[in-house]
Design a protein around this ligand. Structure first.
Ligand code: TZP
Ligand code: MG
Length: 258
């Protein structure tokens, strides 16, 4: 069953102090202000002590903004600051050991192909990070780009949420979501810029209403035509497989206004 905290991933924010202009704390504050609901603290070089100090602060910012706080690679740091979970790659602590240590905290696993995705779900991972989708300069050892085809294939075989990462930007994010990603993560497309503004523009949803049918565009690209709208005390509810991520920022434009 999908972890309750991973119901509405949308944009998944990953820190990068090297590309950052104002530092991780400012970036995470801006991301959360911009509506981000999941933050991953990613640090490859600092000492354990420094990481604990930084992660503690990031967890506080996430708590205030009601965002999930995950730690990249490090199960010990996750426990030390009582973060919500970890993201692990193939060279990190094996899933089974991490699960024993972390109990029911969130564990996300990086996968590079369908077999690894199926295996990750079977083991009990809470979500899978499909990586890298496109060419990326941010992680030099990310491997060969898989393309959006892999997201489609993984979507057909796994039920747990899919987070796509690697070379994703505002221009190509719609194709990634259309292929089946429940969440999209990006570093260089948002960090080093005005983070709040960039994450705010990330999933620009436009819905054209026609009777009880909706056509949904994401950053100008047609994503789905099969949505049904249910007015619910002034709010809009959308019923559709995998539509949860859209619900937060839906703006309905009547056909006549187009
Ligand atoms: N894992 C796989 S690709 C990647 C990570 C951390 C880097 C993503 O950075 P960018 O700049 O969004 O391509
Ligand atoms: Mg790792």
């Amino acid at each position: 069953m999908t972890n309750r905290k991973l119901k509405d991933i949308g944009f998944y924010f990953v820190t990068d102090r090297i590309l950052s202009k104002k530092g991780n704390f400012d970036d995470v504050k801006a991301a959360v202000k911009g509506g981000v609901k999941i933050v991953q603290y990613r640090e490859k070089e600092k000492s354990t002590k420094e990481m604990i100090e930084e992660a503690k602060e990031i967890k506080k910012i996430c708590d205030k903004g009601n965002a999930v706080c995950l730690i990249n690679d490090r199960v010990d740091i996750c426990l030390a600051v009582d973060a919500d979970g970890v993201h692990l790659g193939n060279d990190d602590m094996p899933y089974e050991i991490a699960r024993k240590i972390l109990g029911n905290k969130i564990i996300g696993l990086t996968v590079h192909n369908v077999e690894e995705a199926v295996e990750a779900e079977k083991k009990g991972a809470d979500y899978i990070g499909v990586s890298p989708i496109f060419e990326t300069k941010t992680k030099l050892d990310a491997g060969k780009p898989a393309g959006i085809r892999l997201i489609e294939e993984v979507k057909n075989r796994a039920k747990i949420p899919i987070v796509a990462i690697g070379g994703i930007n505002k221009e190509n994010v719609a194709s990634v979501v259309k292929a089946g990603a429940d969440g999209t993560a990006a570093i260089s497309a948002v960090i080093g810029k005005d983070v709040e503004k960039e994450v705010g523009k990330w999933n620009r949803i436009e819905c054209i209403a026609d009777g009880d049918n909706l056509t949904v565009y994401l950053n100008g690209v047609l994503v789905n035509q099969a949505y049904r709208v249910k007015p619910s005390r002034g709010k809009i509810q959308i019923q559709s497989e995998g539509a949860e991520m859209f619900v937060r920022k839906v703006e309905v434009i009547p056909l006549a206004a187009k």
